[in-house]
Design a protein around this ligand. Structure first.
Ligand SMILES: *[C@@H]1O[C@H](CO)[C@@H](O)[C@H](O)[C@H]1NC(C)=O
Ligand SMILES: *[C@@H]1O[C@H](CO)[C@@H](O)[C@H](O)[C@H]1NC(C)=O
Ligand SMILES: *[C@@H]1O[C@H](CO)[C@@H](O)[C@H](O)[C@H]1NC(C)=O
Length: 267
């Protein structure tokens, strides 16, 4: 989630080919081909390793939803130098909020004194971001309240949980307009989790792990002790609930209270 106006970070990357958006193969998994040559079509996948490795990060799209906006994240990639115009190489730049797409939140997101003290994404524990995780389906008719948390019976000792909610069924991450009715943790659910479980990494399937109406109170409860990492906007379509090995790698951005992350599950 993004409530605070942050200075956007500019990042650079080199791309070897032009990005050309072609006709989508499906709404859920649009295909992007490049190079403009019919016989040169790169493969873009959601699953690797003969069905063992699932990419649960969203591919960046201009119409990916953005907090409190109807317009999506908009153009985020520019070709600064191009071979067509005489440069030795193609050279692109991108720019978007650090809370765009699949991303993590650091304690500085909702606590100004933590922000000032430097609790940014560069300080997040890689051990916690990588390890066994439980993917659970939560009831579709409620937000994640204390009662729901209790009913999930998540065993002690489980440190990483990914909650799949109605957001996945509603395909909210594929809709450009931000939708405040997304499902997430209510404050009492967050309190119950902190007090009664060993969960230190929480993943969900929309822009905030906390429901919109209690976004700030829930984030405060979860991030106060600086021992919980939040992973937001995961792509959980077509994945069986169960235990996986989760690997999530945010960018190393000192000063940033959030960062896009590549997250995968391995069976
Ligand atoms: C980028 O480089 C490729 C060659 O690698 C070239 O064919 C292509 O036209 C370039 N793209 C642009 C937009 O200049
Ligand atoms: C190449 O240069 C022309 C003329 O300055 C400009 O209109 C065009 O957008 C440039 N194209 C790229 C891919 O940079
Ligand atoms: C969850 O809370 C939001 C408000 O933040 C609400 O609009 C939505 O209907 C709730 N979802 C469910 C399934 O009750």
């Amino acid at each position: 989630m993004m409530m605070i106006k942050i200075k956007p970070l500019v990042m650079l990357l080199v791309l070897s080919c032009t990005w050309v958006l072609t006709v989508a193969t499906s709404d859920a998994y649009p295909t992007i081909s490049d190079c403009g040559m019919e016989d040169l079509v790169p493969v873009r996948r959601e699953v690797y390793g003969h069905g063992r490795i699932f990419d649960i990060s969203h591919r960046f799209r201009e119409d990916m939803p953005s907090w409190d906006s109807e317009d999506g994240i908009g153009q985020f990639l520019w070709l600064r130098d191009s071979m067509k115009n005489g440069s030795l190489a193609n050279f692109s730049e991108f720019k978007f909020s650090v809370h765009s797409g699949t991303h993590v939140d650091a304690p500085g997101h909702v606590f100004d004194h933590y922000f000032d003290a430097g609790f940014d994404v560069d300080t997040l524990d890689l051990e916690l971001l990588n390890g066994p995780a439980l993917l659970v389906d939560v009831p579709r008719d409620k937000n994640i309240t204390a009662e729901v948390m209790k009913s999930l019976n998540i065993p002690k000792g489980i440190r990483r949980v990914i909650f799949r909610t109605l957001n996945t069924d509603r395909q909210l991450m594929w809709k450009k307009e931000f939708d405040t009715s997304f499902a997430g943790l209510m404050k009492d659910g967050a309190e119950w989790l902190v007090e009664n479980t060993d969960i230190k990494l929480i993943g969900t399937d929309y822009l905030s792990v906390a429901a919109y109406v209690e976004a700030i109170p829930s984030h405060l409860v979860l991030l106060e002790a600086r021992d919980i990492i939040l992973v937001e906007s995961l792509k959980l379509d077509h994945i069986q609930p169960g235990i996986y090995s989760l690997h999530c790698l945010p960018l190393r951005l000192p000063g940033a209270e959030g960062s896009p992350a590549r997250c995968i599950l391995i069976k």
